[in-house]
Design a protein around this ligand. Structure first.
Ligand SMILES: Cc1cc2nc3c(=O)[nH]c(=O)nc-3n(C[C@H](O)[C@H](O)[C@H](O)COP(=O)(O)OP(=O)(O)OC[C@H]3O[C@@H](n4cnc5c(N)ncnc54)[C@H](O)[C@@H]3O)c2cc1C
Length: 218
């Protein structure tokens, strides 16, 4: 199938994206790497009238090590995070997980924030964010707010993001001392995730149980 007709707009700033989200409401949808959204459009599971492409938004392209967390801007790709120097030391879970996200062609286009905003229960990054107790920064034309993963990720393909909001940043807390991060995943990169960030030393668990763990503070 082919997608329903839509208008394509390449935005160059967060302010421009927020303005359009505010005026168009449900008619507008953010396009990041397009690696999940395009399939959804092709299947006509969503038929937005306007796609707001944030991939060229320079202010959203960054990786910054802050005092207690790693801040990843919303147009940063999964490959850029994978290649970031120092990831193995501060975020061993991400370092070990990223290569398992499909193939490099997908990671070269797919964004970190896009994967989290999409909230696929079989995806690696929402699970990592929930397990590490990370945060998502949301911006609308009116306000900015931070939500912990446990409040942002509500279930399968469902988040607490409002229609007029954009995810601008994702925050992964730095590794705490004595936090072992052994990892189980499919032996074959590119297969659907069977990830187990066994911080809790549990049998393989997926998004739902990680979320439950982060909610109960384990
Ligand atoms: C063949 C194939 C195999 C894959 N295998 C895996 C895998 O093994 N593991 C895995 O985790 N993923 C996998 N993926 C998904 C991939 O990681 C996607 O890149 C990711 O899920 C979505 O990121 P994106 O930047 O492409 O987002 P898009 O597809 O552009 O957007 C996805 C959704 O999030 C919304 N969105 C995106 N960015 C924002 C934002 N900043 N603010 C608000 N809303 C936003 C969009 O509106 C859309 O609803 C695969 C994809 C493909 C095509």
């Amino acid at each position: 199938m082919k997608p329903a007709a839509f208008e394509y707009r390449r935005v160059s700033s967060v302010a421009e994206a927020c303005q359009c989200l505010a005026s168009e409401g449900e008619n507008a949808r953010i396009l990041a790497g397009g690696q999940s959204l395009v399939t959804v459009l092709n299947m006509r599971l969503a038929q937005p009238k306007i796609l707001l492409d944030i991939s060229g938004c320079a202010e959203l392209s960054y990786i910054r090590a802050e005092k207690s967390y790693l801040a990843v801007g919303a147009s940063t790709t999964q490959s850029q995070l994978q290649q970031w120097n120092g990831l193995a030391a501060t975020h061993p879970l991400l370092h070990e997980t990223l290569p398992f996200i499909s193939h490099f062609q997908i990671r070269n286009r797919g964004t970190v924030a896009g994967s989290i905003a999409h909230a696929d229960p079989s995806a690696e990054l929402p699970l990592c964010l929930a397990t590490l107790g990370g945060e998502v920064i949301l911006q609308s034309h009116k306000a900015k707010r931070a939500l912990p993963a446990s409040e942002f990720l509500l279930g399968m393909l469902t988040t607490a993001k409002r229609n007029d909001e954009l995810v601008t940043e994702v925050r992964f807390p730095h590794k705490k001392p004595a936090m072992p991060m052994p990892l189980m995943n499919s032996p074959c990169a590119g297969e659907i995730s069977q990830l187990s960030p066994a911080r809790l030393n549990l049998t393989p668990m997926r998004f739902g149980s990680a979320l439950a763990a982060s909610r109960t503070g384990l």
